[in-house]
Design a protein around this ligand. Structure first.
Ligand SMILES: NC(=O)c1ccc[n+]([C@@H]2O[C@H](COP(=O)([O-])OP(=O)(O)OC[C@H]3O[C@@H](n4cnc5c(N)ncnc54)[C@H](O)[C@@H]3O)[C@@H](O)[C@H]2O)c1
Length: 246
């Protein structure tokens, strides 16, 4: 089969969380171009409705910090072929200044909520004996980084779950993957980058000499979720311009 056909997602039902902004909105565009039928979910109702309107997609609202809401989303979304587990938050603060509430919020959204969605959507995929789950981790899971302590720990946990779920669900035809981007200038990072509270040693450490873009993340997500990556599971792909090796 041609590579173009393997990258084609015509007819596949794809649930993308955090689709109102940044990576999620960029992935909505690329997956739409690839022919997918999109279900776009976010806590921000008006922005996700606007993105959904562009791609003839269904918009669903949920709060990833609220497990009842995550379960409702999994039910409402129904049988999906691909889950892009992307919604997340960043509290960019030194560890000693991070409150218990901020720690809990980060862990609840970036780990527990994402884990629960992976579990609930994965359950249906295992029953149907097909599916792909791609979670969005972070380069910080590998290298830590100033002002990223709890966030980096939550993202590291997602990487471990990816490996374990891939081993359990591989025999049932389900691939489980993680994509770990480096800094890309979305709403999440643009402010801390401009203020110099960047949480790392900066651009000089990126061998490719620039930050990433949301569309570069979206294209890599499309590849990993497609049949072109059919023999890859349990893996985390770092897309960071070489930062972790710098
Ligand atoms: N931008 C970067 O440099 C970068 C790097 C590595 C990883 N990431 C990860 O990529 C993912 C997307 O980030 P982004 O850069 O596009 O940021 P963003 O802030 O532009 O988008 C995040 C989206 O998640 C949604 N969201 C946040 N909390 C939610 C909740 N409780 N329930 C439901 N939706 C919620 C937001 O409304 C938003 O639409 C996140 O998981 C983030 O941690 C980002």
């Amino acid at each position: 089969m041609s590579l173009t056909r393997e990258l084609d997602l015509t007819g596949r039902r794809v649930l993308i969380t955090g689709a109102a902004n940044g990576f999620g909105a960029a992935m909505a565009q690329r997956f739409h171009e690839a022919g997918a039928r999109l279900i776009l979910a976010d806590i921000e109702e008006q922005p996700v409705t606007a993105v959904a309107a562009k791609y003839n997609a269904e918009a669903l609202f949920f709060d990833q910090a609220d497990l009842a809401s995550v379960d409702r989303l999994a039910t409402q979304a129904g049988a999906v072929d691909i889950l892009i587990n992307n919604a997340g938050v960043l509290v960019a603060k030194p560890l000693l200044e991070t409150s218990l509430e901020e720690m809990r919020r980060t862990i609840d959204v970036d780990f527990v909520g994402a884990l629960r969605l992976l579990q609930q959507v994965g359950r249906g995929m295992v029953e149907r004996r097909r599916g792909v789950i791609l979670s969005i981790g972070s380069q910080t899971a590998f290298c830590g980084g100033e002002n990223r302590a709890v966030y980096a720990a939550a993202k590291a946990a997602i990487i471990q779950i990816t490996k374990a779920a891939a081993v359990e669900w591989g025999p049932h035809g389900v691939r489980v993957l993680c994509l770990a981007p480096g800094r890309s200038l979305t709403r999440m990072t643009v402010q801390t980058t401009q203020e110099g509270k960047s949480g790392d040693r900066g651009l000089a450490r990126v061998p490719l000499g620039r930050w990433g873009t949301a569309d570069e993340v979206a294209k890599m997500a499309l590849f990993l979720a497609s049949d072109a990556a059919s023999y890859v599971t349990g893996e985390t792909l770092i897309a960071d311009g070489g930062y972790v090796h710098g």
